[in-house]
Design a protein around this ligand. Structure first.
Ligand code: MSP
Length: 521
């Protein structure tokens, strides 16, 4: 194992029943930004994403399309992978729950629960939502008998199930949350879970009879039943950590010692729709097999259209890839990161998208092209030999805000601060008036100082924006004559004097959006 500090980050694994949309893209880009930020700061990162491929929802969707479940999953896994590719996602591992390795880890996990007497057989009688793959109580579904999440009708089921003794871990879980105030971020979600845990916690049904849901991982102790898809799915985080070796003899599979693996995860990034499964089911299941719980959970809000959550079942989804075709990958990433305060909800509108794009173009892009072209014009493309400390104080303050905002996952604040630095640098141009300084042949030092200060700020901006707009920052780094995008420390320390700079093209060119002039947006 390497000596570098390590960070293991995960996204949810997305259902292989629908196309990736802007909501999925948000979670994935948010995690990608965190992963890139950590890598940039010298950490070794394992960034995991993937697809959730078992269960009734997939089985039903495949049947509807006249495909076998695995045919559907193969197609959709590829769609997600290529969407992430198109959006600049730098994941290290794409997991599919139909993989042999994952199936084996789920089998070992469930067997371990069974061996430790954490499972009993019972009868489940209640309501089920196929769309969200969730059981609901009479109270949850209300008089309309609909799912609390998607509002679709639920169906009544009565069947033999295996239950995990989740209730036995209620006190331990509450104690853990109370002892670790930052375990669930933001606080509103932490309070939601603590509120939920004020009621007695029931046991968790962890199986489905094969007669109803054949598409799943069979239980090792009863092949007529498959693992409940949420149990199967949550275990993906463990599979990818390489903590468990299902091929080893019982007692040596890794449940006793995870020190040689990536487990526990440093952060699960999830939407608020799947908080209970991650903050209650998952940690208690881990306690049940004697493994450490994930270190933190970040639960973000929803992209809404009007008042409603963007979701496939509501038919109001925005395709991130079509936005990307018009504006480029980095513009989509910037919009999503800058527009939504991490944890809150945000409403997608084409107008806001355009406003955010213009910010990139008019503030950051404009600064990059004016600084590089002035150096070419006034100093033959060589950064002058001047101290260039004109923006140092602003740079120092910005780095402080960025570091503390990123540490508390306030990604929107971090990038707002970065953009403010670009704004300040543009203000500095106006204030110093290099075009006037250029005419003053008696004191060339003033123009030198302006240009060097601006170049230093641009190098820092290049590092600051790298996690969110990696493609464009790569370009900017080339124009600035620096090889590769620097880390924050390097960016501040870099000696720009005497470097050769190229005149950059507009980083974010003007775009005439396809919706312009179209009254339905
Ligand atoms: N397969 C489960 C997760 C299993 S994780 C062990 C699942 N999949 S999903 O395809 O429905 O994706 C859910 C996740 O997508 C949400 O938690 C959230 O991260 C993201 N989003 C889906 N719609 C969203 C919005 N409208 N807005 C923001 N994020 C959204 O649940």
């Amino acid at each position: 194992m390497s000596e570098r500090p390590r960070t293991y980050l995960t996204t949810p694994i997305y259902y292989a029943s629908g196309e990736p949309h802007l909501g999925h893209a948000y979670t994935t880009i948010l995690t990608d930004v965190l992963a890139r930020f950590h890598r940039q700061n010298g950490r070794e990162v394992l960034f995991l994403t993937g697809t959730d491929e078992h269960g009734q929802k997939i089985q039903d969707e495949a049947e509807k399309r006249g495909l076998t479940p695995i045919e559907l999953c193969d197609t959709m896994a590829e769609r997600f992978e290529s969407a992430w590719d198109g959006l600049g996602i730098s994941h290290d591992r794409f997991i599919r729950t139909t993989e042999a390795e994952h199936r084996a880890v789920v089998t070992a996990f469930v067997q371990r629960l069974w061996d430790l007497d954490q499972i009993y057989e019972g009868v489940y009688s209640g309501w089920y939502c196929v769309s969200d793959e969730r059981y609901w109580t009479e109270k949850d579904i209300g008089e309309e008998r609909t799912c609390q999440i998607c509002r679709k009708p639920v169906t009544h089921v009565e069947e033999k199930n295996y239950f995990f003794k989740m209730s036995a871990y209620q006190d331990a879980l509450v104690a853990h949350i109370e002892a670790n105030p930052d375990w669930i971020v933001p606080e509103v979600r932490r309070n939601e879970i603590l509120g939920f845990l004020r009621q007695p916690l029931g046991d968790l049904s962890i199986s489905r009879p094969k007669s109803r849901v054949a598409w799943g991982i069979p239980l090792p102790f009863d092949s007529e039943h498959v693992a409940y898809v949420w149990v199967d799915a949550l275990i993906n985080y463990l599979t990818a950590s390489r903590a468990i070796d299902p091929t080893a003899d019982v007692g040596h599979q890794g449940f006793e010692d995870v020190s040689d693996s990536w487990w526990p995860a440093d952060l699960h990034v999830i939407g608020k729709d799947i908080l209970t499964t991650h903050a209650v089911y998952w940690p208690t299941l881990l306690m049940g097999v004697g493994l450490p719980v994930p270190k933190r959970i970040l639960s973000h809000g929803w992209w809404v259209v009007g008042e409603t959550k963007m979701s496939k079942s509501l038919g109001n989804v925005v395709d991130p890839l079509s936005l990307r075709e018009e504006f480029g990958t980095d513009a989509v990433r910037w919009y999503l990161m800058r527009e939504m305060p991490t944890g809150g909800d945000a409403s997608y509108t084409p107008e806001r998208f355009l406003t955010r794009y213009e910010e990139l173009s008019n503030v950051l892009g404009n600064l990059a092209s004016r600084v590089t072209s002035m150096i070419v014009k006034y100093r033959d493309g060589v950064v002058p030999d001047a101290p260039g400390a004109g923006l140092d104080e602003e740079i120092r303050k910005t780095l402080e805000v960025v570091r503390s905002s990123m540490a508390s996952f306030k990604v929107h604040d971090a990038f707002a601060a970065a953009m403010d630095l670009a704004r300040t640098a543009n203000g500095y141009v106006e204030e110093r008036q290099p075009w006037t300084q250029a005419r003053d042949a008696d004191s060339p030092g003033a123009l030198d100082e302006t240009l060097t200060s601006l170049t230093r700020a641009l190098v820092v901006l290049c590092a600051l924006f790298q996690p969110v707009t990696p493609e464009k920052m790569e370009q900017l780094a080339t124009w600035l004559g620096i090889s590769g995008v620097p880390t924050l420390e390097e960016a501040v320390a870099v000696d720009v004097r005497g470097r050769r700079v190229e005149k950059g093209l507009p980083l974010f060119p003007r775009v005439e959006p396809s919706w312009a002039g179209n009254s339905d947006g």
